[in-house]
Design a protein around this ligand. Sequence first.
Ligand code: F3S
Length: 280
Amino acid sequence: MKVILADYSGFCFGVKKAMDMVYDEIKEKGMEKELYSLGPLIHNQQVVEELENKGVKVEDDIEKIQKGSVIIRSHGVQKDVYSLAGEKSLDIVDATCPFVRRIQNIVENYHKDKYEIVIIGNPNHPEVIGINGWCNNQAFIIQEEEDVKKIPYSEKLCIVVQTTMSTPHFQKIAKLLEEKGNKIEIFNTICNATKERQDAARKLAKEVQAMIVVGGYHSSNTQKLVDICKEERPSTTYHVESVHELQDEWLIDIDVVGVTAGASTPQWIIDELLQKLNRI
Ligand code: F3S
């Protein structure tokens, strides 16, 4: 069986930067200072466990952290988390991805300028929750085309999009939103890493008989890759978190299989999967 890895897959720039910052912090401070990650650093169980073994504790609520350093992960956080950390004299290791930081800045500035803010994205995703915190939690958050009717007409509207949204989906919703305001600013804030991975996954899915997507089950960008591959290969796209879930029967009668990986999937997990596939 021939195994082909997508042209772009695995750790994106923002996740790699976050991982490097955390490992530097561990090296510098060792166990002498308590180190907390505000939520799992990345949506990958194996990596979270490895970091826990090195002393990085996961805490979802900053109110529960009394001392030490707090890592802000690449998804970013609400603005008030910074002031809370300051009040508690916590050190901040800020690994907010620059692409997410850009959205936070847009939202903050346009909110100050009295624009209504629309975030196209998953309302439960930490990145979106964080962005909303830069406009006083007053954004309209919509995910599907039918949600557009919930948006009232506004004089000034500023539209941003979650970094991991697919471009065609964003374009469709943004087009509908053009009817919802007089002065409208639309920012395509989908990050390149996402688009590159999505385009490469679609291209590869068209060329192979089956696709294996490897990445955390809670990783939004991995899930998007699964959705895209399923559009091309509805019955032969499989999502695994690690090599252990790979089932041999998926590959019966398959001559060419494609592999892609979410932006939070470490290279060693991809390598293990490739090695196993190459043995089949
Ligand atoms: Fe940043 Fe894009 Fe990765 S927003 S964290 S480079 S998926």
